[in-house]
Design a protein around this ligand. Sequence first.
Ligand code: URA
Length: 230
Amino acid sequence: MRLDRILSNLPQFNRQAVRQLIASGQVLIDGQCCRDPRFDVTVFNRVELDGHAIQAGKPARYFMLNKPMGVVSATEHPAHKTVIDLLNEPDKAELHLAGRLDLNTSGLLLITNDGQWSRRVTQPVSKQAKVYWVSTEQPIEAHYVDTFAAGMYFEFEDLTTLPAMLEIVAPYNARLSLYEGRYHQVKRMFGHFQNKVIGLHRERVGNIMLDPQLAPGEYRTLTPDEIASV
Ligand code: URA
């Protein structure tokens, strides 16, 4: 596999960062600096970055998990159980999360070792809807729909949220589709109306629906169609 592709598959680097890493001579192959992004890496080569070996040619893995409330969306945590702890898989250190959910949010979480794929899942430019079932403390009013669709100003980040689609399903329940994942975004959007979110569950990401067969805490591998849908 090409050197630049191997590095782009790591969750921490996008293609531009990979180009810079290679151009700046930080990548070693078999102990020698390699500045050729097209270098064909085989299983016999040792690729090294910052003193750490990177393994090439590992098969890509993709999972969906029904995240229960009370489990942290992280790979490690000093106090809480993490979503990675729920997986019975080898080489778990190679996996990362394609988007996070808050501690008390439940539902669809995607986990992979394919950094390019997870970037496509999470980056707003790929327009993958994240669909949430929301339960609130106060009745949800019809005028929220236009405010959510227009975008909401978040002072802390100094940004306006992308248009979001709110479908009011019952007085205290709505389905909300977002195309980005800002910190506590759903809670903050309802908080704008002093309406507290008391339940939040992610049902879908793009065309990937949470499998209804999965009880909270259970997971399965994604089907080829689900993987290709992103
Ligand atoms: N928005 C939130 O407020 N929490 C989540 O977990 C996801 C989106």
